[in-house]
Design a binder for this molecule. Structure first.
Ligand code: FAD
Length: 401
């Protein structure tokens, strides 16, 4: 479809977090006249475990090469039941080689991921307005976006503007939200012993305590716990906090030393009632927020981006209006099952840990016991975790759009 003089571009992606950046790069790489409306990134010390499909998509888009030196492979995943309950699960360990892979994926600091994406966007000459969208107004033929630099008019707007999405509100899309009585404390640390490319998740009564490898003798920590307890930990000196984390990790990685930068994130599930409406499609946390358990959030978000870019590229080839209701309905349909199954799985796991209900502990212990003992079940679970049956867009399979 050609862009006539009424339109500044065909598509504007609002928000330059990892989801928005990848979506804009994918659209541009597919030959779509795309524009990114994104203020400069805020400091973020968090890390993201990118599962293999996400890594393949970034490779296909030419963004992975600059990520690789900063990323640590995840070759093994270990789950340790660290509750003091009557029914405790056996320790379960998954090795990527069991399903014919070298790694399940890679862990990378968000700042390095965003730097690599910015470099790729610049190489593709992706236009960027480095200011927030101030108002987004859809009408029958297009979407008008007001920003500090003026007004932009496009056929399709992509809302990649995070959990408090202006784009989602502009499309009139409501969300369903459930808050948990937990927060995630995040920080990065160095340790005396090697992690052997193994991510370890201790299941505790207050939630998972997960150490994920970074390059060298470094790891990132996501510790899910009660808000008051997190506030106590955040108030500790570096030395005291390092000692407390080493204690909670049962000295698995030896002496620990926390790096500057501590974050506390409230835990919630939030899902948009529709993933697209009124010429606005939602990707990433604008569409769905899941707790940081099992590395699902951005991996889901990147599947949104790959799916949407594929649908837009296909619609263009057929000379269709890329913002038309049936095109956007196709996007909503394709993302629904993946988002729902992941959200339910994370919710069930988290609630089974929190429940003071004996049968829930028994069911969780039994499930992990069966997963540990039954090879085909283990492998099916690993494959589903890496390549979900409900969603395998072309970019995730290494094919360009
Ligand atoms: C502690 C923690 C650990 C996590 N670990 C993992 C993990 O290991 N693996 C995983 O897959 N996921 C993980 N996640 C989830 C992952 O961080 C999120 O899914 C991801 O950051 C969402 O990216 P996003 O681009 O959708 O949103 P965001 O990162 O929130 O980006 C939104 C962007 O939009 C911009 N914006 C907002 N309003 C406007 C506006 N009006 N105009 C223009 N721009 C705007 C913001 O400035 C921001 O840059 C974790 C989450 C947490 C909290």
């Amino acid at each position: 479809m050609s862009v006539n003089r009424d339109f500044t571009s065909e598509v504007a992606v609002v928000g330059g977090g990892p989801a928005g950046s990848v979506c804009a790069i994918a659209l541009k790489a597919a030959g779509v006249d795309a524009l990114l409306i994104a203020p400069p990134a805020q400091p973020d010390h968090r890390t993201t475990a990118l599962l293999s499909g996400s890594v393949t998509a970034l490779q296909t888009l030419g963004a992975w090469q600059s990520c690789l030196p900063q990323a640590a492979p995840l070759k093994k995943l270990r789950i340790v039941d660290d509750t003091r309950r009557l029914f405790r699960a056996p320790e379960v360990s998954f090795d990527a080689r069991e399903i014919g892979l070298d790694t399940f994926g890679y862990n990378i600091e968000n700042r390095h991921l965003l730097t690599a994406l910015e470099a790729r966007a610049a190489a593709l000459k992706l236009p960027r307005i480095a200011a927030p969208a101030l108002a987004i107004t859809p009408d029958a033929d297009g979407v008008a976006i007001d920003h500090a630099g003026g007004k932009t008019r496009v056929r399709l707007a992509v809302g990649a503007d995070g959990a408090r999405s202006l784009a989602r509100a502009a499309a009139g899309i409501a969300t369903r939200r459930r808050s948990y009585p937990q927060v995630a404390l995040t920080l990065n640390l160095t340790h005396a012993r090697p992690h052997d490319d193994t991510s370890t998740e201790f299941h505790t009564e207050s939630g998972p305590f997960t150490l994920v490898p970074l390059p060298g003798r470094r790891s990132s920590l996501v510790c899910v716990l009660e808000p008051a307890r997190a506030a106590d930990l955040v108030a500790l000196s570096d030395a005291a906090l390092s000692a407390e984390i080493e204690r909670r990790a049962h000295s698995l990685l030896g002496t620990m030393c926390v790096e500057p930068g501590r974050g506390v994130f409230p835990l919630a599930i939030e899902t948009a009632d529709a993933f697209a409406r009124a010429r606005i499609a939602l990707v990433g946390e604008a569409a769905h927020v899941v707790p940081p358990i099992g590395a699902q959030g951005l991996n889901l978000g990147l599947r949104d981006c790959a799916t949407l870019a594929e649908i837009v590229a296909d619609a263009r080839r057929q000379n269709l209006d890329i913002g038309a209701p049936d095109v956007l309905a196709g996007y909503d349909r394709q993302r629904r099952a993946d988002v729902t199954t992941r959200t339910v799985a994370v919710d069930v796991l988290n609630r089974s840990l929190l429940a003071g209900f004996l049968p829930a502990h028994g069911a969780r212990g039994l499930s992990l016991y069966l997963v540990d003992r039954i090879g085909p079940l283990r492998r099916a679970l690993m494959r589903e975790g890496i390549t979900p049956a409900a969603s395998q867009p072309r970019l995730m399979r290494g094919e360009m759009l």
